[in-house]
Design a protein around this ligand. Structure first.
Ligand code: NAD
Length: 336
């Protein structure tokens, strides 16, 4: 990946702290003061479907925020609530020594950290930078090296749970980075999630997330296929869902996020597949799984198939819909 190579060049000769190694004394002092000052402003970059409710949960826990999003309208309600809105990631880094990023893709994360007005331009020594976006684990590692060079700490902490869990503060965070910093990260992440799990060195949070989403895509397609087949065989969709959910086919896609309109309330399928987790983002995550599988020589036969299905959906007009719209996609596909 070009961006990754660019970062790699910039970061050459850097060393990442092993779990046994400690940060330099100056950086440790800054880390300690940051951890003690627990209600100092927290930076938040990327106030989209997920970032918006996550940031609101930090506010509920009494953290003042410093906000930035490339899309100014995303910041509007935070400005109205009295939070500080600034005009670049660098400005966030100037005003906050703990920053959370929640961005769509690897490229967006690289831009927010290493761009012309990126976090790294003004990051303070000892700052804690937590990236909750789902991105390529190799990009997380490169960003961690760049951040370390500035005397700060980077952790990857992607989430599982979707917009509902982001609103209710019940996300699962999968955290990679220096173990000694986990407690400091957990203090913030615990305001937004009910499970905060330490996975290992930087990049391992992303690895866990990618595996989870590959399985989710496969199970969602499987649920949509089974529901579509059952309906065409004359079954009532609600009854079929009820039977699946008391049988061995039960899964999150069937019992919590059913893709068939009318089966459940409060899910994207009940609202013309608006909101939720976009098909484009699922296609992106499956692309990350595909790259990781190639790099590690791992067979992902169903994962690759799921990737092709979600890519095809994006090309056929489903890109803005929730990923459960694979049911609608299948409904429209007549096979011989
Ligand atoms: P989103 O597109 O709704 O929001 C992303 C926000 O980031 C937007 O407001 C956008 O304007 C902003 N942005 C983009 N580039 C930026 C930059 N360089 N600087 C500042 N702001 C920038 O995406 P989302 O659904 O909130 O997802 C965010 C991440 O979380 C993705 O990586 C996604 O894969 C992951 N995720 C999403 C869900 C979900 O259900 N939506 C669930 C789990 C994980």
């Amino acid at each position: 990946m070009a961006a990754s190579l660019w970062l790699r060049g910039a970061a050459s000769g850097l060393r990442y702290w092993s779990r046994r190694q400690r940060p330099a004394a100056a950086s440790l002092a800054a880390v300690c003061s940051r951890s003690v000052a627990s209600k100092t402003p927290v930076g938040f970059i990327g106030l989209g479907n997920m970032g918006n409710p996550m940031a609101k949960n930090l506010m509920k826990h009494g953290y003042p925020l410093v906000i930035y999003d490339v899309f100014p309208d995303a910041c509007k309600e935070f400005r109205e609530a009295g939070e500080q809105v600034v005009s670049s990631p660098a400005d966030v880094a100037e005003k906050a020594d703990r920053i959370i990023t929640m961005l769509p893709t690897s490229m967006n994360a690289i831009e927010a950290y290493s761009g012309a007005n990126g976090i790294l331009k003004k990051v303070k020594k000892g700052s804690l930078l937590i990236d909750s976006s789902t991105i390529d684990p190799s990009v997380s590692k490169e960003l961690a090296k760049e951040v370390e060079k500035m005397g700060a700490v980077f952790m990857d902490a992607p989430v599982s749970g979707g917009v509902g869990a982001a609103r209710s503060g019940n996300l699962t965070f999968m955290v990679g980075g220096v173990e000694e910093e986990f407690a400091a990260a957990k203090e913030l992440l615990g305001c937004m999630g009910s499970n905060v799990v330490y996975c290992g060195a930087v990049g391992t949070g992303q690895a866990a997330k990618i595996c989870n989403n590959m399985l989710l895509a496969i199970s969602m397609i499987g649920t949509a296929e089974a529901m579509n087949l059952g309906i065409r065989l004359g079954l009532d969709p609600k009854l079929l869902a009820k039977i699946l959910n008391m049988s061995s086919g039960r899964c999150w896609s069937s019992d919590t996020y059913n893709p068939v309109p009318g089966v459940m309330d409060g899910v994207p399928s009940a609202n013309n597949y608006q909101g939720g987790f976009g098909t484009t983002l699922m296609a992106k995550d499956l692309g990350l799984a595909q790259d990781s599988a190639t790099n590690t020589k791992s067979p992902i036969l169903l994962g690759s198939q799921a990737h092709q299905i979600y890519r095809m959906m994006c090309a056929k007009g489903y890109s803005k819909k929730d990923f459960s719209s694979v049911f609608q996609f299948l409904r429209e596909e007549e096979t011989f």
